[in-house]
Design a protein around this ligand. Sequence first.
Ligand code: AMP
Ligand code: GLY
Length: 423
Amino acid sequence: MKVLIVGSGGREHAIATKVSQSSKVDKIYCAPGNAGIGQIAECVNIGAMEFDKLADFAQDNNIDLTVVGMDDPLVGGIVDVFEKRGLRVFGPRANAAILEGSKAFSKELMKKYNIPTAAYETFTSAEDAIKYLETAKMPIVLKADGLALGKGVLICNTLEEAKAGVKTIMLDKQFGSAGDKLVIEEFMTGREVSVLCFCDGTTIKAMTSAQDHKRAKDGDQGLNTGGMGTFSPSPFYNDEIKAFCEEKILKPSIAAMKSEGRDFKGVMFLGLMLTADGPKVLEYNARFGDPEAQVVLVRMKNDIIDVFEACIDGTLDKIDLQFEDNAAVCVVLASGGYPEKYDKGYEITGLENFEGKTGYYCFHAGTALKDGKIVTNGGRVLGITAIGDNLKDARKNAYEATKLVNFEKKYMRNDIGKAIDEI
Ligand code: AMP
Ligand code: GLY
């Protein structure tokens, strides 16, 4: 069969790699893709938000299945456009992707269905938000309602910071219309775990757990980024916590969406915090995490095409989802200066060192082909991923492998998976 993947990051490279291992797949296309994806798929120069052009391409090229990796097109309704044209597509429709597209929606849903999350209030007026903050306990968390490239969450330690945050989001509109509504929520503490789940509208099946490192610098310092590295599984997501989350969070979440007439098909990604009062939902995403996908999919035993098809057809209950009893670590190699100002266009050397190296993956995030050379083309450049028998081995292997590639201004965190040492 022919598969089209929509997106251009490390997550899409990980999805394409997993899809390429399916015996059912003859040809993979990726729109728009990147230099690494181009080695296993044919990259098509159509943007992820050009729904009609993508659907035309799928129709003209007899694509059997389209897989959407990114949040923007999902929230924008790409699945609805494909379905209207009778094209098979993996991902939630717009009315379900709103779970990621609107934090106010997801908070209301959790309140209505008693899904554990931080206490919150929603505001449409900056004046009301500031009035509320004046009597609130600090620190406090401000969240722009809509999509903001993972940057619309501000953790404020003082009233002054919180007031400035309201201005940034609601008045200066730093995140555009994503800031028309503001969610103000209670600050929680605890370990974070990412749980990615396949969903077919009725059934939800969790993949193995992972943990992201969102801050730019070692010791969780610096600005929030798209994610600087991950490990899987999370040893903190033990059997007891897992059982609690399955019953109190995962199943109620898919059932809640169904009751609302918003059947969720695709990947529901729960960002959880393991607090002293039990696990609580930080956020929902409507797609694979990036770079969570890089460490989860390399451990998955199933043919991913079977799972995608089951999600679309409503037969996920028949799938026995299985993961290897090993571990994986992904260390992101970024361009110095990310997530603020950084340069692009530096040649990347050493990529050939990954060829034929079992258990090692060099997922491309921001790369491009220029004059026959692969160059840096984004803030997050590569996701160096390695398998190990356990987390410590996987981490050692991943950091060893970061030495195999080079480019000017190469930057990485040196403490991805450091929490493993505490167990
Ligand atoms: P989100 O995009 O909602 O996952 O938020 C991004 C990051 O902000 C999360 O991964 C947490 O590290 C942090 N965060 C979000 N909400 C809270 C909260 N209520 N309390 C503490 N930290 C939070
Ligand atoms: N790694 C977090 C995300 O994909 O949103």
